[in-house]
Design a protein around this ligand. Structure first.
Ligand code: CA
Length: 251
């Protein structure tokens, strides 16, 4: 393991009364915290050099939190996004909209709960910042290496340790939750994983939200697989769950 670098959490919250205790709590836990109080600066900040986790309020003075989430995902951000939302109707509406958030926390929430979700998301999205486009001096020239056996352009390879996905020689960019779902299905290709099992393993036991999140995550993953040209498919087994088909050298 490399020496632990503090995780960088970006708090996007326009209300000082809410932001102050969150910042104190997160800093006390050893996180590096930056705060912005509007949506556009949040997008700029994430796109500039990446962060490890975004804690995202929905009601912001310029663009709303959902739009922030859409934009940073569209820009290729793969780190965690935890949306802070009101319980009840708003939560259902928000979860139903597929903006690419990883998790939702209903206000008012306890700080212990916030820290638990934060830890869980950081565990799952640790490589996000390391891969962000941080320019530090000239890029070293690629070292020529022996040509690797050319993978078939449609093969899918899930590297569970590095948390990266490859289709042929091209990396497929996925969010933390998309990765978790895909890695789980890929752990036993062809086998059916029940919805309950996927929910249990990918979302934590404190998850109170709708299982629509599972369906939207699967939907995004499917689209990415399809766009990538792999023959791998996430197949729905009606009334049961999902399985991964194809995408293998021998398939
Ligand atoms: Ca607000």
């Amino acid at each position: 393991m490399l020496p632990e670098m503090p995780h960088l959490v970006l708090l996007v919250e326009d209300d000082d009364q809410i932001a102050a205790p969150l910042i104190r709590t997160l800093e006390r836990e050893g996180y590096e915290v930056e705060r912005v109080d509007a949506g556009l600066p949040a997008v700029d900040r994430v796109v500039a050099t990446g962060v490890d986790l975004v804690l995202l309020d929905l009601g912001l003075p310029d663009i709303d939190g959902l739009e922030v989430c859409r934009r940073i995902r569209a820009a290729g951000y793969t780190g965690g996004v935890l949306i802070l939302t009101a319980r009840g109707g708003e939560l259902d509406r928000v979860v139903g909209l597929d903006v690419g958030a990883d998790d939702y926390l209903a206000k008012p929430f306890g700080l212990a709960e916030l820290l638990a979700r934060t830890r869980a998301l950081l565990r799952r999205s640790a490589p996000a910042r390391a891969e962000a486009p941080v320019a530090v001096g000239p890029t070293p020239a690629p070292v020529p290496s022996a040509p690797a056996p050319a993978p078939d352009a449609t093969d899918l390879r899930v590297d569970a340790d590095a948390r990266r996905v490859w289709v042929g020689a091209t990396e497929l960019v996925v969010t933390a939750k998309e990765f978790d779902v895909l890695a789980l299905l890929d752990s036993n290709p062809g086998a059916v994983f029940t919805r309950e099992r996927v929910m249990d393993e990918v979302w934590d036991e404190n998850w109170f939200g709708s299982t629509k999140t599972l369906d939207t995550t699967i939907g995004r993953l499917r689209q990415k697989l399809e766009d990538s040209g792999t023959s791998a498919r996430v197949v729905t087994v009606r009334g049961v769950g999902f399985r991964l088909e194809g995408g293998r050298p021998d398939a």
